[in-house]
Ligand binder design. Structure first.
Ligand code: NAD
Length: 482
């Protein structure tokens, strides 16, 4: 199976914060990989813009070094690297001054897609948007891309939305949640809405519960200041896990169109019940290495590096089917997976000794993106009717063939969707606000109760109370496997 590339017309992409970590580690390597895949031919301009006083040649050297690390396979082709760097340019500018902006204006081409990627902290969004307008850089074909965190709570998200809305229409604003760019996430929609097999079973009659796990083995190194203010609830739950929940729980949209999909996701968020305090477990890593508190240098920190909760989507389809969500740092493995746990067969014709068996559909986001369906079969050979569960495994690496072992990075898909003008995999302003409206009372409850996270060992699966959260309901978490 060979992936097909649909070329895009020449475009101008300005990356504010072009010298920063995200631009160097993710955005520029993603663009380089698309270039190598033949996504565009000539004439594209990728302009880094940041405060450092680089010239174009110095910036290209910086980019070349990053690509050697973050797109090492493609970098082996020296001609491709040189051709890509030929598209790359740089302008030194600051959001707080007019210097540099006319240089940027002179470089931009009229009558083509023009994207401004705000790869900077959210406090710069307003001033950058204002400068884009005051220097007359926004055209009909202009789009802006903003990164998470989109606000710290509902009020700040509303302010950010209003700030952007003062300068751009919603159709021009691309709020990135890179989880939505993952191949498996799109596949989740294909599996649900492209097959007859699952959708009739996709409800509380057949699904016992759903588990969504986003486990990270890394800690918070290098992001201490931000993380101490955010915690797992704001950093992961409000956005990535919420988006995954939406895609699992949403009704089939009438068509695969940005607003149709996002309308359905929004309905899910609005159908979420408030979470009861006894249905949430917060944790903070402690033993097995430097503790969270040591790392952030705050011996009394109550920021959670782990959160698990039980959510309910109160609608016809999901009434009575809980969604268990968990995410944390310094866990046993890096593993993001959605497990749809089907109910046991209502009656076993094979007798008690055959045991209880339930189908599980596992959608793995990382690592080893793919989908597995656990089905029950007869154990082969002699010995009577013994049942065994086997996985029907659809690994994308295998399905795509040896030339496409690595599924495209989420940023590859998302940056190209910006250029193509497809907002399906981007969050709309009202979605983000609804997610904060659900999250805020949870955090406010912790604050008013003086809640302290439960300690857990680095390298474990999280605090013991998270196991109890399940056990109380007669269920248990699936393993966190690399
Ligand atoms: P960074 O600190 O590494 O880079 C910030 C960039 O912004 C630098 O290029 C800097 O020169 C530029 N900059 C700072 N102030 C400026 C100003 N006044 N005018 C013009 N340019 C200015 O940050 P980062 O890690 O690249 O993150 C950028 C944004 O993306 C942040 O909002 C972050 O939360 C978000 N984000 C980052 C990651 C990641 O993996 N790094 C992941 C998700 C979201």
């Amino acid at each position: 199976m060979v992936s097909r590339v649909i070329p895009v017309d020449p475009f101008d992409l300005v990356i504010f914060g072009g010298t920063g970590d995200l631009a160097q580690r993710k955005i520029l390597p993603a663009l380089f990989r698309r270039f190598c895949a033949g996504q565009w031919a000539d004439g594209v301009q990728i302009i880094g813009a940041a405060r450092t006083k680089h010239d174009g040649a110095t910036f290209r050297q910086v980019v070349a070094e990053s690509l050697k690390t973050h797109a090492s396979v493609q970098c082996k082709d020296a001609a491709a690297l040189a051709a890509f760097l030929h598209c790359v340019d740089y302008v030194a500018l600051d959001d707080g001054s007019d210097e540099g902006w006319s240089t940027l204006a002179a470089k931009l081409q009229p009558d083509r897609v023009r994207a401004f990627y705000f790869s900077v902290g959210p406090r710069l969004f307003g001033s950058l948007a204002e400068r884009i307008q005051s220097h007359d850089l926004a055209t009909e074909q202009t789009r802006i891309v903003v990164e998470k965190p989109f606000g710290h709570d509902l009020d700040s998200a509303k302010v950010l939305n209003a700030t952007l809305a003062a300068h751009f229409r919603e159709k021009q604003i691309y709020r990135i949640d890179h989880y939505l760019g993952k191949e498996t996430v799109q596949n989740l929609m294909a599996v649900r809405f492209g097959n007859m097999l699952f959708e009739p079973l996709w409800n509380s009659q057949y699904v016992d519960h759903i588990q969504i796990t986003v486990a990270e083995s890394v800690g918070i190194d290098g992001r201490e200041e931000y993380y101490e203010r955010a915690g797992a609830m704001r950093d992961m739950m409000q956005n990535h896990l919420m988006q995954l929940l939406c895609l699992i729980a949403m009704e089939p949209p009438a068509k695969f169109d940005p607003d149709a999909v996002r309308d359905e996701k929004l309905k899910v968020i609005r159908a979420l019940d408030p979470v009861e305090p006894h249905h949430i477990v917060r944790g903070q890593f402690e033993g097995g290495g430097p503790s969270y508190r040591q790392i952030v240098g705050n011996p009394r920190s109550t920021t959670e590096s782990y959160v698990a909760l039980r959510a309910h989507v109160s609608n016809w389809r999901w009434a009575g089917t809980p969604f268990y969500l968990r995410t944390g740092k310094r866990l046993v493995a890096r593993s993001s997976v959605i497990n749809v746990m089907f109910k046991d067969a209502p009656h076993s014709i094979f007798g008690e000794q055959a045991g209880r068996h339930a189908n599980v559909l596992s959608i793995r986001l990382q690592p080893n993106e793919g989908i597995t369906l656990k089905v029950t079969i007869k154990e082969p050979g002699q010995g009577g009717m013994r049942l065994v569960d086997v996985p029907l495994d659809m690994s994308f690496a295998e399905a795509l063939g040896p030339e496409n072992q690595e599924p495209p990075d989420a940023y590859e898909r998302l940056v190209m969707d910006v250029i193509r003008g497809n907002q399906t995999l981007f969050m709309r302003g009202d979605e983000v606000e609804a997610a904060w409206a659900w999250t805020d009372p949870i955090i406010a409850g912790w604050q008013s109760r003086g809640d302290v996270p439960k300690p857990y060992e680095s390298g474990s699966t999280g605090p013991g109370d998270a196991e109890l959260l399940m056990k109380r309901d007669g269920r248990r978490w699936q393993g966190i496997n690399p």
